[in-house]
Ligand binder design. Structure first.
Ligand SMILES: NC(=O)c1ccc[n+]([C@@H]2O[C@H](COP(=O)([O-])OP(=O)(O)OC[C@H]3O[C@@H](n4cnc5c(N)ncnc54)[C@H](O)[C@@H]3O)[C@@H](O)[C@H]2O)c1
Length: 284
């Protein structure tokens, strides 16, 4: 009996074990990162829900606790572009859980002003909005990495996951600012991956997921009409997606789980598309 139990323990597959690991999720009040945070908590991880609005953080925490009675979740209000708030968040997490094993840089998104409106062209670009969208998506990825990354280096283990977009590797018309920001995020992902790999002998890894088109509050009115039918642009997106549909938030969970877990321990600097084939397809 004891022999069998020891055998079972030795055989336990730990490749995908996330139990009790501490993950910080920025933008955890949003659609994709929020869904990932809930998923990680459901896997037994200790999850920090970091968001800008206290009300939304509270709502996200309530959802986390409702899904599993013993869910380990902590809510922190912080702006990813405010270094002092992130440093306070880091100290709070270390006080509570003593370490950080991973970071999902989920805060981000497009802004209408940084997009060329129908009938307008590049010369009409609102440069201030362009700067804001780069600030949020690029600087809002760099700063949390700068604050939480050293904790992972010191702890001897870590996985950072950034969020890219199909508009980084291929051109999505009108979306000029967000695309530039996400292209920057991809480059930064590879840059930090190399830096961390060399400094930690591969113990801290940096990768990105590249979600295709997922319906959310930000893009719903752009892609679907009030009755749920596709807009002209929504139809173009679906035509370019070999799966013939938009993604669903839970379809990112597997990629995130893999990139955080030991299953990907020799993987760094990768950009993993989860896009129903969008970037692979020439459209012909
Ligand atoms: N939804 C998609 O189709 C899609 C596709 C590709 C990439 N992405 C990327 O995935 C990530 C998550 O997207 P989403 O659809 O969940 O977006 P979302 O808008 O639902 O969530 C983003 C969250 O970030 C928070 N946030 C914004 N600014 C912040 C700041 N300064 N500090 C802290 N939090 C802040 C918002 O409050 C929001 O809760 C983003 O980086 C987005 O660009 C989304």
């Amino acid at each position: 009996m004891l022999h069998a139990l020891v055998g079972e323990l030795v055989m336990k597959n730990t490749l995908f074990d996330l139990a009790d690991r501490v993950y910080v999720v920025t933008g955890a009040t949003g659609a994709l990162a929020g869904s990932a945070a809930d998923y990680l908590a459901g896997q037994g991880a200790r999850v920090v829900y970091l968001g800008r609005s206290a009300e939304k953080v509270d709502a996200a925490l309530a959802k986390c606790r409702a899904q599993t009675a013993d869910a380990q979740c902590l809510g922190i209000v912080a702006d990813v572009m405010q270094r002092d708030m992130l440093e306070q968040a880091r100290d709070t997490i270390l006080q509570k859980w003593g370490r950080i094993d991973g970071l999902l840089n989920g805060a981000g998104g497009n802004m209408p002003g940084a997009t060329i409106a129908p009938g307008k062209d590049f010369s009409d670009l609102d440069f201030e909005s362009f700067q804001q969208v780069v600030d949020l998506n690029l600087h809002g990825t760099v700063l949390p990495s700068l604050v939480f990354g050293p904790v992972m280096v010191e702890g001897g283990r870590g996985s950072i996951i950034n969020y890219s977009s199909v508009s980084a590797p291929v051109v999505v018309t009108r979306v000029v600012g967000y695309s530039a920001a996400k292209a920057g995020v991809e480059n930064f992902t590879r840059w930090l991956a190399v830096d961390m790999a060399r400094r930690t002998e591969g113990k801290v890894r940096v990768n990105a997921v590249l979600p295709g088109f997922f319906l959310g509050e930000q893009n719903r009115r752009l892609l679907t009409n009030e009755d749920g039918s596709l807009t002209e642009r929504g139809q173009l997106v679906v035509n370019q997606t070999p799966f013939g549909r938009f993604g669903q938030a839970d379809e990112l969970h597997g990629a995130i789980h893999y990139l955080l877990a030991d299953a990907s321990k020799f993987v760094t600097g990768s950009i993993l598309p989860v896009d129903g084939g969008f970037v692979a397809f020439s459209g012909v």
